[in-house]
Design a protein around this ligand. Structure first.
Ligand SMILES: NC(=O)c1ccc[n+]([C@@H]2O[C@H](COP(=O)([O-])OP(=O)(O)OC[C@H]3O[C@@H](n4cnc5c(N)ncnc54)[C@H](O)[C@@H]3O)[C@@H](O)[C@H]2O)c1
Ligand SMILES: O=C(O)C(=O)C[C@]1(C(=O)O)C=C[C@@H](O)C=C1
Length: 314
């Protein structure tokens, strides 16, 4: 176990920043937690619900004296958020982030803060909700947090950040940034694009079906609508920042979709049956790994902060 951080500063107090604020106060009671958000409304709300010990009105005040700074803003705002900290940081402060893609974010933060130790991270945990009221302390429990340090990153700093995320309840993995971006394009980014597409297509078809699409939506379509309700700013930024990997995975996806289309056209039941058998096995292995708690009702909070539902047992 490395030395825990004495003072954690959070920039951006939405779902992820707010959850880190709550989880840090719960898991590391000795640490001081300060924060800043660019929106005055968010800062006011964050003070009311206690997302940090102190919410400051400037980014410089929030990071003053901090030994860990976590940037929790949309990925294309990371460079600007980092630049706003210039001159206000302790020289030995570790700068991290939670962005959903890593190569472009690492580049932007490192360019904005030359000479500072930057260790990018991505907690692979979230919901379709955003904003300060969406945060909850248990979000990271038993979920992966992927760190993508540069080759020359100080091992002690990587160890300290790993221990911080372990204290948040996460399982920590180290990965190369470009590899992270390809893996997440497959497991998170393209699935979101597919959800946005099918829900958009169904909504366009409403003209033809006169309200029946929404009325009879159940099961599969409902699951897609949950994902397609995710924050537009966050996801616009993810697709534009992880363009190369997303386009590569989409190319493969459209070839596979064409193969299924062809099987349907030619009545090739074996191809369909074999594919669906393979995909069922993927689902079962995810459940066996215990990675199935991001489902629709798990982790939602009512206004008192109490959990509404627990994950159903499989
Ligand atoms: N939502 C998820 O499921 C999820 C999961 C893992 C990682 N992430 C990543 O976490 C980051 C934050 O996502 P979120 O879901 O918490 O978003 P969110 O919309 O809930 O919160 C983002 C906050 O950042 C603030 N902000 C924007 N620009 C700023 C700036 N320059 N300085 C200070 N504050 C600024 C906004 O006012 C907002 O309150 C993103 O990079 C996203 O890719 C999201
Ligand atoms: O559970 C959800 O709603 C999510 O979308 C979470 C999810 C994901 O795709 O797994 C979304 C983006 C993040 O970068 C990490 C996690």
């Amino acid at each position: 176990m490395t030395k825990p951080f004495n003072h954690v500063a959070i920039i951006g107090l939405g779902l992820i920043g707010g959850s880190i604020g709550l989880a840090t106060q719960a898991a590391l009671p000795e640490a001081r937690v300060t924060a800043f958000d660019a929106s005055e409304d968010v800062r006011d709300r964050a003070r009311q619900i206690g997302l940090a010990h102190e919410i400051m009105d400037t980014p410089a005040a929030a990071v003053d004296g901090a030994d860990l700074v976590v940037l929790c803003v949309p990925v294309r705002a990371m460079g600007e958020a980092a630049a706003a900290l210039k001159g206000a940081l302790k020289p030995d402060a570790i700068i991290s982030d939670v962005g959903s893609c890593k190569a472009s974010v690492a580049e932007a933060i490192t360019a904005a803060l030359p000479g500072q130790t930057v260790i990018p991270a991505h907690p692979v945990a979230g919901t379709e909700h955003s904003g300060p009221d969406a945060g909850f302390a248990e979000l990271f429990r038993n979920r992966w947090c992927i760190l993508t340090p540069a080759d020359d990153a100080p091992a002690a700093a990587v160890g300290q950040l790993s221990d911080f995320w372990a204290a948040m309840g996460a399982r920590v993995e180290i990965m190369e940034a470009k590899h992270h971006d390809l893996v997440l394009a497959v497991t998170s980014h393209v699935p979101h694009l597919i959800a946005y597409t099918i829900v958009g297509t169904a909504s366009d078809l409403e003209d033809v079906t006169r309200g029946e699409v929404i009325k009879y939506s159940a099961g599969g379509f409902r699951d897609f609508t949950r994902i397609a309700a995710s924050d537009p700013t966050m996801w616009r930024d993810v697709f534009l920042s992880n363009k190369e990997a997303v386009l590569e995975v989409l190319q493969r996806f459209s070839e596979d979709l064409s193969a299924l289309q062809r099987a349907i056209r030619w009545g090739d039941g074996d191809t369909l049956f074999d594919r669906f058998t393979e995909t069922r096995a993927v689902r079962r292995s995810i459940i066996e790994e215990g990675q199935d708690d991001a489902r629709p009702d798990f982790g939602r909070r009512d206004h008192s902060g109490a959990a509404k539902d627990q994950p159903p047992k499989n």
